[in-house]
Design a protein around this ligand. Structure first.
Ligand SMILES: Cc1cc2nc3c(=O)[nH]c(=O)nc-3n(C[C@H](O)[C@H](O)[C@H](O)COP(=O)(O)OP(=O)(O)OC[C@H]3O[C@@H](n4cnc5c(N)ncnc54)[C@H](O)[C@@H]3O)c2cc1C
Length: 432
């Protein structure tokens, strides 16, 4: 290997890469982060709800200076049909007290701030530079080739935090190209509204309190789709993501789906009169636990979306990215003591991840992507049944409740008692 330029090269300045960079530089490690965007966050998209815990462990007082929008005091879920929304959720004053559970954020601002923290800790961040491939010698990753003239860089360890399309993990044979059933195409629009309008429409008292609404149900025509509406200080983020395979099969266009969602009778009043400020599209890895590659090899570790670490059920990704970045940094710091960066030594990263909430959560939901593919009734017939039943109960039309219950029971029978019981049992058995 040529003389090393840095102790660690990190590819990608998203939450995973910056978390690793911050932790390593804080420990005196010589780190370079290579980012293809004009600045960290320039190309990054998120719904975006940001969870406190993973960040607090890294920068305990981050809330004092981080660009946060609203802390979330209410989280709702709506089942949508063409003309109805059946909802539930939790609003709690516990979420309205410090330390807050989560915040709405804009990634372009947040990532830039986070990167500045890493720079202050000693990391070097080079923007507008694309890593083209890893440099491998005798089976060990020793550096990366970039698109800059004389842009080869050498280090003890390369950390890939280069997001869903991770060129490095593919080049090293750790991952295949992502297939259409394992990825969601997502679009998001930021709609500007006066602060008071956001407060009034979402039922909060001031610009610091926020609400989230997740959306699913037969409105999305049987596609594995999740929509979202999140409040910012003076805007609302609205978007949705659908599995690419479903979009192809249904010949559906995600932009049209967003327009249709914005026109839904329960959604339209929330964004009415607003002005579109931003429109973004991005991919989310949704293959789950079985899509996660081996996380290390000699001189190499992989974090965040590059390692497919997204928990779609709970809308978590940025916190999984940060946690994995921190654990990769810890692994490097341990390996540095012996100067041994072999695959055997770095395998402790995989063990750390296995014991973390990241892998435990993803393992718990490991059968979910397949189950959603096989049991479309979970997204269509069952929620439609629930919406219709709620309508019957709420609709006071002179029909005695006992007759309504009988009619609902008949509809359950039509759906199939045994099939419903089997689906419920399957879900219970597979999500534990
Ligand atoms: C629409 C949408 C909504 C989401 N909502 C949420 C949410 O509400 N909450 C949540 O926690 N998560 C959410 N997620 C998921 C979350 O955004 C990701 O899990 C998280 O950003 C992963 O962080 P990362 O650092 O691994 O990757 P990224 O944030 O994707 O960062 C990767 C970085 O690497 C850079 N890069 C890539 N290739 C190269 C290269 N070859 N050379 C140099 N640089 C490179 C990119 O420019 C980028 O800056 C959402 C995702 C989307 C798309």
């Amino acid at each position: 290997m040529k003389k090393k330029d840095f102790d660690v090269i990190i590819v990608g300045a998203g939450p995973a890469g910056i978390a690793a960079a911050y932790k390593l530089s804080s420990a005196g490690v010589k780190v370079i982060v290579i980012e293809r965007g004009a600045f960290p966050g320039a190309k990054n998209v998120m719904g975006g709800i940001f969870y406190r815990k993973a960040m607090e462990d890294l920068i305990p007082d981050f809330e004092k200076t981080a660009p946060l929008e609203r802390h979330i005091i209410e989280q709702k879920m709506w089942l949508l049909s063409e003309d109805s929304a059946l909802g539930g959720g939790l609003r709690s004053e516990k979420f309205n007290k410090e330390p807050y559970n989560c915040y709405s954020v804009f990634r372009a601002k947040f990532d830039k701030w986070f990167a500045q923290k890493a720079i202050e800790a000693g990391a070097l961040i080079i923007n507008e530079t694309v890593v083209k491939e890893p440099i491998v010698e005798d089976g060990k990753v020793v550096g990366v080739k970039t698109d800059r003239p004389d842009g080869d860089l050498y280090a003890d360890v390369v950390i890939a935090a280069d997001g869903i399309n991770s060129l490095l993990t593919k080049a090293l044979g750790l991952r295949e190209s992502i297939t259409p059933e394992k990825v969601a195409l997502t679009v998001k629009e930021v709609i500007g509204l006066p602060e008071k309008v956001v407060n009034d429409r979402f039922g909060v008292m001031n610009k610091h309190e926020g609400v989230t609404i997740e959306l699913t149900g037969p409105f999305f025509e049987g596609m594995t789709t999740m929509g979202f509406i999140y409040t910012n200080k003076t805007s609302v983020s609205i978007g949705l993501g659908a599995i690419v395979e479903d979009l192809v099969e249904h010949k559906a266009n995600i932009n049209d789906m967003l327009e249709k969602l914005k026109a839904h009778p329960a959604v339209k009043p929330l964004i009415h009169g607003g002005e579109t400020k931003e429109y973004m599209a991005h991919m989310i890895p949704e293959g789950g636990y079985f899509a996660i590659p081996k996380l290390y090899m000699s001189g190499f570790m992989v974090c965040g979306d590059a390692a497919m670490l997204v928990n779609a059920v709970h809308r978590e990704g940025s916190n999984l990215a940060i946690e994995s970045g921190k654990l990769a940094a810890d692994t490097y710091l341990e390996a540095k003591k012996s100067g041994d960066f072999s695959a055997k030594k770095l395998s402790t990263y995989q063990k750390k991840m296995k014991n973390s909430f990241v892998m435990k959560d993803l393992k718990m939901y490991r059968h979910l992507p397949k189950m959603m593919e096989d049991k479309r009734q979970l997204l269509t017939k069952y929620p439609q049944f629930a919406i219709d039943a709620a309508y019957d109960i709420y609709n006071i039309n002179g029909i005695p409740k006992i007759d309504k219950i009988k009619a609902i029971k008949k509809r359950v029978a039509k759906l199939g008692y045994i099939r419903m019981a089997k689906d419920a049992f399957d879900m219970w058995r597979k999500i534990r």
